[in-house]
Unconditional design. Structure first.
Length: 306
């Protein structure tokens, strides 16, 4: 059984097609990334998973429970950290988390609440009124609210947007622990280095459609984004041989006009490139072999090059 099963979800807002038939299966225990530029449909999809929005067509299940026809069980199995800082200004942190527990029928939940607060560095703010907290602290409380009922599936929608490095590290340590303990994690983020480090599998959305879906390692390997960056010495030819010009990734954007970034799909090509440079009268002043990362993949896919 999939933790989240998304089948042909469609959603339109007047003339805007927010989601155009999205289908995904997120397995139990996965750390899954949902990436895309602003307006790709990520938040709309999460709202539909959370039952906050209704799809025009298709259906979604959480742990086998339909989010529309069996919404109580679907929501009981799901914890969502929203983008927006939504909070009640009249309660303390502990009171807020106790009330959130009550929404799920949980009594005497203080032991878990204390553990969540400790892991999110909220213990010394437990009796502080919500309106007195900084933006970063309020976001920590949002994460804690999503976790008070120990949901097997946790959705994080831009959880570290605009927060300090310390919170990001604290949050990821805790979330990674929950994932190791069997919780399914779904993450949307604009910090691609976070997604690359944390997510086992990634889906990329563009204009409401899935344009890439694979393991993180396979995505990076599939994209021919590795590059050999060479700086040509002034003592030789500083013009790249014609035979290598189809491998150029960038040149005009580099600070040094004698520097070229050449695409390589495997290490075996490097020797051939060096031979072509020697044949062309080029002398290498400096050379770096740079591995592709998720940002390279993301940019290529969004620009339609893959």
């Amino acid at each position: 059984m999939a933790a989240i099963q998304i089948s042909n979800i469609q959603k339109r807002y007047q003339s805007l097609q927010a989601l155009g038939g999205v289908s995904l299966s997120i397995e139990e225990g996965e750390f899954f990334g949902l990436l895309g530029p602003n307006g790709a449909g990520k938040t709309t999809l999460i709202s539909i998973i959370a039952g906050l929005n209704r799809a025009d067509a298709g259906h979604v299940t959480v742990q086998g429970h339909d989010v529309v026809s069996d919404y109580r069980n679907a929501r009981r199995n799901l914890g969502v950290v929203p983008q927006e800082l939504v909070f009640d200004p009249f309660f303390t942190v502990r009171e807020t988390l106790r009330m959130q527990s009550g929404y799920f029928g949980l009594r005497n939940n203080d032991k878990w609440i204390d553990e969540v607060m400790e892991n999110l560095d909220l213990t010394n703010k437990a009796d502080t009124n919500m309106r007195a907290l900084s933006g970063g602290m309020k976001r920590r409380v949002l994460v804690a609210q999503a976790l008070v009922h120990k949901p097997p599936v946790i959705v994080l929608d831009e959880p570290t947007a605009g927060v300090d490095v310390e919170l990001r590290q604290t949050l990821w340590q805790f979330i990674a622990r929950l994932n190791r303990e069997g919780h399914t994690i779904v993450l949307t983020t604009h910090y691609l280095e976070e997604a690359q480090a944390l997510c086992n599998r990634i889906a990329m959305l563009k204009l409401g459609k899935v344009v890439a879906l694979d393991s993180t390692a396979a995505l990076i390997k599939r994209i021919s984004g590795s590059q050999l960056r060479v700086t040509l010495a002034a003592s030789g030819n500083t013009t790249l041989p014609v035979t290598l010009r189809d491998k150029i990734i960038s040149h005009e954007t580099l600070a040094d006009p004698r520097q070229f970034a050449l695409r390589v799909t495997d290490y075996g090509q490097v020797e051939g490139i060096l031979g072509e440079l020697r044949m062309g009268g080029c002398v290498i002043e400096d050379m770096q072999l740079l591995q592709a990362d998720l940002e390279d993949v993301f940019l290529q896919i969004m620009e339609g090059k893959q």
